[in-house]
Write a protein that binds this ligand. Structure first.
Ligand code: FUL
Length: 597
């Protein structure tokens, strides 16, 4: 059946249809369709105008700043004294001008993180900048950042953590929901235009913790009515979490997917039926579309920090990602049909650290230089491609290339399932790269070549694909000066495990211990809360550290715990109190490192 006809048929059942053949954001399939018809129709689901505008930003920046900046933690527990928040040289313009210079188009600020401390003088709680010594309690971080954004023509978004470890009403669902609505309303009415609202999904409350039932429908309604240009991200239904915090998109990244955030029973059950979640590898294959009842335009956002942590910690000044790492992340996010949300955390002065500023400058310059130097002609002529169609492009004489950029006109949907790029070298067509999805943007890399022409073949599509742009570039090779931090200052050669539960280790001799590291492993559940004890003789133990490895579930990087003061010990013991999935995972000796420096 002709697609237009099917679309007409569906007119009565699907919502939000724009023109005759497009389905804005959402399409519910009528039951009569065959699998092939469903797949074909999925190519006609398109973004809303705000989703489209968001996708075109490509580079967006996260700013994690707040109480944790001053306590050295990643997740505060809400009991922090507001007096600790006291930036000495706060300069929002420095953040925004640096980001703008590096090509970023939006800044998202942690207006409230899990510790509940509000960066604006809210009426909902005293746990805010108004109770801090900063600007004698008259400061407003949200306002200063928004003003700087306006000055530098940068879009602005807010991160408002639903999980709140300070709010007394948290867990008393209606009361806390009312507070969150009030906080949202303040943020969305007092500061001008807002372009993204970021609802994080983290909640570290254990089995005995407070359980809050969020009223997502109400939160969405508040945002849609107060800020119609804002996309709702992560626990919001406009922008999807890519599924990791490592800056890694999918090779096959469909913006059209049956996935929706787990905001109500019906959605949770449907996600379970389809076996999908933000971390699933397959979110949009033919097979999945065939089984789906409703599909959505729900594109991916890649959030990753320029440092190991989301918040600033001085000991991570040497671990700012290298230019090579940032460029890799760019290829794996923007180059894989996603928007990059790169976090750069300001320090206790309230400024971006010099190392980060320099790295951002290098990154912006590299991306700019690479992609401003187009090496082919006529790559911007729109092209409607059926499966099997090819098109050739002239390469500027004598130029070397190693990167190709492909773009679909996503205002007409996403359709390409397979493509191939070849180069004409000495009258022979040579394969340069192949891939699956394109979507808004796809970058593919290959070894340096100097072809006279390149040829793009759209090998497989869901329906006619709308190719908006083909480009070819030379991306200079970078020297990777990655610096790994040591996970242990002492060799484990002489260590002996003396007990398995809790893991007890004889280090062979006594050391002055200043801290320890714990490296999670993919194959086993990570520890969430722990106790760490030391002993000189293996009999008398002293507990010197305990608590949580915050955010280890979403960001399973090595954890470094430093003690307040060094302690002499020959034996150590690590006890699992709880795991990230509610179990009590065991731990292997090789997952532990001892810090003595
Ligand atoms: C996570 C949070 O728990 C982290 O602290 C951070 O804000 C990150 C962006 O999202 O889930």
């Amino acid at each position: 059946m002709h697609c237009g006809l099917i679309a007409m048929m569906i007119l009565t059942t699907a919502c939000n249809q724009r023109a005759n053949t497009y389905f804005e954001k959402e399409l519910t399939f009528p039951t009569l369709l065959t699998s092939d018809q469903k797949v074909k129709l999925s190519a006609y689901v398109v973004p809303t105008p705000r989703q489209l505008e968001w996708q075109q930003l490509e580079l967006t920046a996260f700013i994690h700043f707040g109480m944790n900046t001053f306590t050295g933690r990643e997740w505060g527990d809400g009991s922090e004294d507001p007096k600790l928040f006291n930036p000495t040289n706060f300069d929002a313009e420095q953040w925004v001008s640096t980001l703008q210079g590096a090509g970023f188009k939006m800044l998202i600020l942690t207006a409230k993180h899990h510790d509940g401390f509000c960066l604006w003088p809210t009426r909902t709680t005293r746990h805010s900048v108004a109770s801090s010594p900063w600007q004698n309690g008259h400061g407003d971080v949200v306002k200063e950042v928004k003003e700087a954004c306006d000055k530098y023509n940068m879009k602005f978004g807010v991160y408002l953590s639903p999980w709140d470890r300070n709010a007394e009403s948290y867990g008393d669902s209606p009361r806390y929901n009312a507070m969150l609505v009030e906080q949202l309303t303040e943020l969305l009415t007092n500061y001008g235009e807002i372009h993204e609202v970021w609802f994080d999904g983290a909640n570290g409350e254990g089995p005995n913790g407070r359980v809050q039932e969020y009223d997502w429908g109400r939160f969405y309604h508040v945002i849609d009515s107060l800020q119609p240009s804002a996309v709702k991200a992560i626990m919001g239904n406009d922008v999807r979490w890519v599924g990791n915090e490592r800056g890694l998109g999918r090779e096959t990244e469909w913006s059209v997917t049956p996935l929706q955030p787990d905001i109500n029973e019906a959605i949770i059950n449907e996600n379970i039926r389809l076996n999908i979640s933000p971390t699933a590898e397959d979110l949009g294959s033919r097979q999945l579309i065939e089984e789906a009842k409703t599909i959505y335009w729900y594109p991916s956002e890649v959030d990753v920090s320029i440092r190991p942590g989301w918040f600033y910690h001085p000991e991570q000044d040497h671990q700012v990602k290298t230019l090579q790492e940032l460029v890799d992340i760019y290829y794996q996010s923007v180059g894989m049909n996603s928007v990059l949300l790169l976090n750069i955390p300001p320090d206790t002065r309230g400024r971006l650290h010099e190392v980060d500023v320099e790295r951002l400058r290098q990154f912006g310059a590299y991306i700019n230089t690479t992609f401003q130097n187009e090496k082919i002609t006529d790559g911007e002529d729109g092209w409607k491609a059926r499966a099997g169609a090819s098109k050739e492009f002239n390469v500027l004489p004598g130029e070397t290339i190693n990167t190709v950029m492909l773009q679909e006109d996503i205002s007409k949907g996403q359709g390409v399932e397979e493509f191939m790029v070849e180069g004409l070298i000495e009258d022979q067509w040579v394969a340069l790269a192949e891939g699956t999805t394109i979507g808004y943007k796809r970058l593919v890399q290959f070894d340096d070549v100097s072809p006279s022409m390149i040829r793009l073949t759209i090998s497989k599509t869901r329906d006619i694909a709308n190719i908006a742009k083909v480009g070819a570039y030379y991306a200079p090779l970078l020297e990777d000066n990655r610096r790994e931090r040591k996970l242990s200052d002492i060799s484990a050669d002489a260590w002996q495990m003396t007990k398995e539960f809790p893991l007890t280790v004889d280090l062979g001799e006594s050391y002055s211990i200043k801290g320890f590291t714990y490296s999670p492993e993919e194959s086993r559940e990570s520890i969430f809360t722990y106790r760490f004890r030391v002993s000189e003789n293996g009999t008398d133990w002293k507990e010197i550290s305990g608590g949580e490895f915050s955010n280890i579930k979403n960001n399973p990087i090595p954890q470094r715990i430093s003690f307040d003061e060094a302690i002499n010990a020959r034996y150590i013991q690590v006890e699992t109190v709880s795991g990230v999935d509610g179990g009590t995972p065991s731990i292997d000796m090789k997952q532990i490192g001892i810090l003595t420096n």
